[in-house]
Design a protein around this ligand. Structure first.
Ligand SMILES: NC(=O)c1ccc[n+]([C@@H]2O[C@H](COP(=O)([O-])OP(=O)(O)OC[C@H]3O[C@@H](n4cnc5c(N)ncnc54)[C@H](O)[C@@H]3O)[C@@H](O)[C@H]2O)c1
Length: 367
């Protein structure tokens, strides 16, 4: 890579082999295999371990059914974590104890306490020098979102007044949202879904959330034990606001994964993205009506890798001396605070000081 970081071969421990981790192993790591040597694979499910282990051609002694055994047996320098959220903290702590860098799936963890503990473990590792920790926020790096972002960054529409985001998926059937744990857990919409959209609101606006208010609930849907609808309003630190609707019980218009709706209302017009993936600029002129312009999408030449594969590439570049990627833990703690601020807002009926949560997390991690 002329002028870029010098590429190294990294010894990668993969925590998770089935579910989404199967995609990591079989699809997302694939473009990077010249830079990665998978030296170990962990999954509590032996069938998943066999399938992904066979795909990688890993010998039996490099396949593990528990994390501790894997961490104490293999010699790695980095770790990919793709297991359900309650297991992110133990995996990051095991990596931090060995000074290994980490790329972990979202959300950082399934509680705010564990998210802050992860942040602290990463910062305090290697005698205070810290490990590199990046969180998988793949939705920032897709053509439809990059096209929308390019319009906003061009400045053509001026100041952002507010952002509207919508996710709506029909998960009214039992087990329709992938893994069973999503149908069993508390705060399912927020913890497993809305973290992507909160992060996207920060990404699109270029602003961080200062306060959040709103509600999460389950209106009685039998397919979920936890809260599965979320309606929130946020104040952002650059003067804009945001409104978010997330539902796993959408019985009408669908805005499911990679088909989310975003509308950014700006000083000189609005820019809209819906499930048809077309970014449209709307400019109203009094007396002349509405002009709508369809924006050419970012091309594959401009975005050769997208989503997970793009984030894995950023992580490897960072390990090889490149700049910190956009979704490192110092950034992601701000999206994570929105998530746990949202849960607190609903539980208390109060507006929550998200910026204050971030400041406390930063002090805890540093201290
Ligand atoms: N970024 C995205 O677009 C995206 C999409 C789906 C899931 N995810 C995230 O990926 C993670 C995994 O979600 P999933 O849907 O694949 O879940 P899943 O329930 O399918 O679990 C993934 C794998 O982890 C294994 N596993 C569970 N507990 C384990 C443990 N303690 N140790 C080792 N292995 C364990 C399971 O056996 C399974 O094979 C979650 O954090 C989820 O939020 C991200």
């Amino acid at each position: 890579m002329p002028g870029g970081p010098e590429l190294q071969k990294h010894r990668w421990l993969m925590v998770g082999a089935g579910g989404m981790a199967r995609n990591w192993v079989q699809r997302f790591l694939a473009p990077h295999m010249q830079r990665v040597d998978v030296v170990g694979l962990v999954d509590v499910n032996p069938a998943a371990l066999t399938q992904s282990g066979d795909f990688l051609g890993l010998p039996p002694e490099r396949r593990f059914t528990n994390m501790e055994a894997a961490f104490s047996t293999v010699e790695a320098d980095c770790v990919g974590i793709c297991v359900p959220p309650p297991f992110h903290r133990p995996a990051v702590e095991l990596a931090a104890a060995r000074g290994w860098d980490v790329l972990s799936e979202k959300p950082m963890a399934d509680t705010w306490e564990d998210s802050v503990a992860i942040y602290r473990a990463a910062r305090q590792a290697r005698g205070g020098a810290g490990i590199r920790l990046q969180i998988m926020q793949n939705y920032r790096f897709t053509p439809r979102i990059q096209t929308l972002k390019r319009v906003l960054d061009s400045g053509r529409l001026g100041r952002i007044n507010y952002v509207v985001g919508r996710f709506g998926a029909d998960y009214r059937q039992p087990l329709s949202w992938g893994a069973a744990f999503r149908h069993e857990m508390r705060h399912a919409m927020l913890v497993e879904g809305s973290i992507h959209h909160f992060d996207q609101i920060r990404h699109l606006s270029g602003q961080d959330c200062t306060t959040i208010a709103g509600w999460e609930w389950n209106p009685g849907a039998p397919s979920f034990k936890g809260e599965i609808i979320a309606l929130y309003t946020m104040r952002l630190d650059g003067g804009a606001f945001a409104h978010y609707e997330g539902s796993g019980l959408a019985a009408g218009w669908q805005n499911t994964w990679h088909g989310e709706y975003y509308r950014v209302e700006c000083e000189g017009g609005a820019v809209v993205l819906d499930r048809d993936h077309m970014v449209r600029i709307q400019e109203h002129e009094r007396g002349r009506g509405l002009r709508v312009e369809e924006v050419p999408a970012v091309t594959t030449a401009e975005l050769p890798l997208e989503g997970h594969a793009a984030v894995i590439g950023q992580f490897l570049d960072w390990l090889d001396g490149g700049p910190p990627p956009p979704t490192v833990v110092d950034d992601n703690i701000k999206s994570t605070a929105m998530l746990y601020g949202a849960i607190q807002a609903s539980a208390t009926g109060q507006t929550v000081d998200v910026a204050g949560m971030v400041a406390l997390a930063q002090r805890t991690a540093a201290g």
